[in-house]
Structures are given as C-alpha cells and as structure tokens.
Design a protein around this ligand. Structure first.
Ligand SMILES: [Zn+2]
Length: 299
C-alpha cells in the first residue's frame, strides 16, 4: 500500500474511503475539506489530515533525525526544559492520584524518558514504550528506565494492567488513535487515569491562524482534536474526562530560534551566531491557550 495525499488544489472526494468509519463518532466516513489536505467529519466535527500512511511510512518519520534536526534542534540538550514541563504535568496528575490505588504508570511515546524520570519517585513502577531507537537507548542507558522499543499496538502486554497511562503530545501523531485508546482501556481497570496533551483545533489561536496554525503539521500531525472530539473519543472507550485545561510550556530560546530561523525560514546562517552565544540554555514560559491537557478516568 502506498500513501495517497490529495493535492491542495483538488477537491476532496465526497467519500474518501468507502466503508471507513469516523474514528470519533463511528458514523460512516463523510468529511468536508477544512483546509487544503485537512478534513472535518460532517457528523461530529473531528478534524484530521487527508492522508493514508502505512505503519512503515509513519515509523520512518520518527528515525533519529526527528529528534536531532527534522523537528528539534537538539532534543537532549533541551532536557532541562522538557523536565520543567513534565514536572508541571506531573503536578496536575497528582491532584487526581490516590497513592494507594495508582501505582503502575505507563507512558506511550516516552521518547528520551524525561517524564518517566521526573515521575519515577511517585509510583511503585514506571515504564515506557516508544518506536524511536535513539530515545529508547537514551532512556535505558542514561536514565536506567524500563522502556521498550516497540509499537504499543503490536506489543503483547498479556493480562497486565496499568493505573495511569500518559501520552504527551503523542495522540496527534498516531495512525489509529482510537485503537490506542481501545487497547489502553483493555489494560486498565475502573478508576485508572489516562492523561494526555494535544492541540485544540477549536482554540482561538487555531481559528485565527487557520492552516498556518503551527500545529497543522502533516504528516507528523494527523489528528486535530477539540475538547468535544477528544471527550467523545475517550467516552467511546470507557473514559470520562475529569480535567481539560490549556497548558503552557517552557521553551529554550535556542529551540525557538532554530524552529523559526532554520525550519521555517531556511536561514541557518542567522541561527549559528545565536548557537555560539549559547542561547539554548535560556528559556521562557509560554501559554498560547491552544494545547489541551486532558485527564480522563476509566469508568
Ligand atoms: Zn465523526
């Protein structure tokens, strides 16, 4: 199977995939173009990229380059800021934790393992799973974490159960997020928590920026949820949303400059002097009110 992408100047077919069901509302796929290459389910409003990737094509996007050039200037060097962000995210989950009840944590898409490292003292056991080789190697060798290099859907967890499952900035990257939520439900019991972050396509910033919103980013970002569509997807698999707030994040000035100067404007010559000045170590906190932090509880 090869990937097919509808060119922006072509109208999307009325029924892009006969027989397919909307992953959120379960109705027969019937989507209208929202932006070039981006469709919205006519029935429930869920927004998604008009792309059909095989697992192989998708996994290829997340080789080492993803973290060291394609998307991040230098992921490991930004560790300080990732840790600060993850400490904030952990602080919110802790408000919903019962230490006697929530003991086993799984992070799907754990990358270098910085969240697991920040969270490890709060749980009896933390473990992660990620498809990227470099991230998993770092998590295992440098942070001594229990992390698997595998696809969550393909890995057999047997009868194992988890009490807290986290997916930070991950669900929008998945080919079949509904199957992830379904499998998470199979490996959790009533009262378990599912915590995730993802962009909000209905946020003010997303609506103002339209297809120039920074999170419209196929083929790595394939799904664009809203408070309504994420709640509907989670509800369909037995999870009630108990918390949904916009979250900010710490960023390094170096990473920000790299994004703007190198990735967007293709001007690496402007970035190099900043790099020499060591701006990567400086950072700031930013909340654009367009990233949802969702916590849901298993019924
Ligand atoms: Zn739908």
């Amino acid at each position: 199977m090869s990937s097919t992408r509808i060119k922006p100047d072509q109208p999307a077919p009325a029924d892009t995939a006969p027989g397919d069901l909307c992953i959120v509302c379960g109705r027969r796929a019937d989507a209208a173009p929202l932006y070039p290459g981006i469709l919205r389910c006519r029935a429930c409003g869920y927004v998604f990229a008009d792309m059909r990737l095989t697992d192989e094509e998708l996994f290829k996007l997340y080789d080492e380059e993803f973290f060291t050039g394609a998307e991040f200037s230098d992921y490991a060097a930004d560790a300080k800021f990732f840790r600060k962000n993850f400490a904030l995210r952990l602080r919110e989950i802790k408000k919903f934790l019962d230490p006697a009840r929530h003991r086993r944590l799984l992070e799907i898409g754990c990358a270098y393992g910085f969240f697991l490292d920040v969270a490890r003292d709060e749980f009896a056991r933390v473990e992660g799973i990620d498809i990227t080789d470099a991230g998993v190697r770092y998590a295992r060798e440098e942070l001594r974490l229990n992390v698997l290099q595998a696809d969550f859907l393909a890995h057999d967890y047997g009868a194992r159960k988890f009490d807290v499952v986290c997916m930070w900035d991950t669900i929008e990257h998945l080919r079949e997020p509904h199957r992830y939520v379904e499998k998470i439900a199979a490996h959790t019991e009533a009262g378990a928590l599912l915590a995730l972050t993802t962009g909000d396509i209905e946020s003010l910033n997303a609506r103002v920026r339209k297809d120039r919103w920074r999170l419209i980013h196929p083929p790595t970002h394939l799904h664009y949820f809203s408070p309504k569509s994420i709640a509907q997807l989670l509800d369909a698999h037995g999870f009630d949303v108990v918390y949904n707030r916009y979250c900010g994040f710490y960023r390094s000035i170096g990473n920000m400059a790299y994004n703007v100067l190198v990735l967007r404007r293709q001007k690496p010559a402007l970035y190099r002097p900043l790099e020499r000045l060591g701006v990567g170590g400086l950072g700031f906190y930013l909340n654009l009110y367009d990233i949802m932090y969702v916590i849901a509880r298993r019924r």
